[in-house]
Design a protein around this ligand. Structure first.
Ligand code: UDP
Length: 349
């Protein structure tokens, strides 16, 4: 580990690789996968998580775990005292439907919590941040594939809260020398050994389909088959969580810091494979991968779902050299399937 770690003073990232990284929300799906990637690359992750939706056993053994919530300034302050070089921020409420019914929860947790986090970072002079943003900031896109110059017009309080955080980070960078990257994820799926998607309740398509394949649910509900797409179901861009994690590491290493008070940079990158698959095609993939029939039921459209969401990831490919290594839908669904069986076998053992 480089000896500048405890200084927390001005430094540039060039040539410096190993960092102590506070992973806020590191017991959740994406945070726990990124924590593994940080370890694999020789960094030292420290996880802060409230365990409101995350799982303690998703944090690899040997990784320091701090139990705390981003709504508590004291938890953030004490987390920063762990000689942190950078923060990766995954902790958020992320249910679109819930956000429509209870927007106040989303503004309080996502925006208010991140405000506390930025304050704690500034007070501790921690000036590298990678933030988990979302394609929901764009709302119903006018042009597909969606690049970073697309109009932002979220259709849910979830998307609004994430956009507000992106803007807050931009302002923090401009005024206080924070170096930051926001990664706008499209649809994330797949798993790595020991870490995958385990939400309660589960709302995402891939795990919901696989629950049916595993016999945990009788059928999967498809929300709408009357969209203006070839088979009438919504088209999304599924990216493997391992490829997503690799993007986080590239983002982290790309951040250059400036002296406090100088203008730092905040960059935004979209993250997807650039290929769209319909909901019906994802069901077909799961039938192929699992060899199970997977009954479906067609239901009305879900509020706020755009017909087509596909990313242009050209910017992150060109500027950070990111390339998806597992773009195939069957591979993504297959890795999710392996993880579900791992978890279910573990439960029944
Ligand atoms: N979807 C579905 N049934 C489900 C879950 C999702 O038909 O049980 C559809 C949803 O309407 C959308 C797509 O699958 O068109 C992807 O939804 P998901 O919630 O996984 O991600 P989102 O695109 O909302 O971020």
């Amino acid at each position: 580990m480089a000896n500048w770690r405890n200084a927390n003073g001005p430094r540039s990232c060039v040539g410096e690789r190993e960092m102590r990284v506070l992973v806020v929300g590191g017991a959740g799906y994406i945070g726990s996968v990124v924590t593994r990637s940080l370890l694999a690359e020789g960094h030292e992750p420290v996880v802060l998580d409230s365990l409101a939706t995350g799982h303690r056993d998703a944090v690899p053994s040997g990784v320091e775990f701090l139990h705390g919530d981003i709504s508590e300034r004291s938890a953030l302050k004490s987390a920063m005292s762990h000689s942190v070089d950078a923060v990766m921020h995954f902790a958020a409420r992320s249910l679109v439907g819930e956000s429509v019914l209870r927007p106040e929860l989303y503004w309080t947790t996502n925006v208010g919590g991140t405000r506390h986090l930025l304050d704690a970072m500034r007070e501790a002079n921690v000036r590298r941040l990678v933030f988990s943003s979302t394609a929901s900031t764009y709302g119903q896109p006018e042009v597909v594939p969606v690049d970073e110059l697309a109009r932002v017009d979220p259709t849910s309080p979830y998307g609004s809260s994430k956009l507000a955080v992106d803007l807050m980070i931009r302002d923090e960078a401009g005024a206080h020398g924070l170096g930051a990257v926001s990664l706008r994820y499209f649809n994330v799926a797949g798993a790595v050994s020991g870490a995958g998607e385990r939400h309660q309740p589960e709302t995402h398509l891939v795990p919901n389909i696989l629950r049916v394949a595993a016999g945990l649910d009788p059928e999967v509900t498809l929300f709408g088959d009357d969209y203006p797409t070839p088979d009438g179901t919504c088209i999304r861009d599924y990216v493997h969580v391992e490829d997503l994690a690799a993007a986080h590491l590239l983002a982290l290493q790309s951040i250059e810091t400036v002296d406090p008070g100088g203008a730092g940079t905040h960059r935004i990158f979209n993250l997807g494979n650039g290929t769209g698959f319909s909901v019906a095609e994802v069901v077909e993939s799961a039938r192929r991968v699992t060899g199970r029939p997977i009954p479906v039921r067609i239901a009305p459209r879900r509020a706020g779902d755009p017909a087509v969401l596909v990313a242009s990831s050209r910017r992150i490919q060109q500027e950070l050299g990111w390339q998806p290594r597992k773009p195939g839908l069957d591979q993504i669904v297959g890795d999710s399937w392996r993880f579900l069986k791992e978890v279910e076998l573990g439960r029944s053992a």
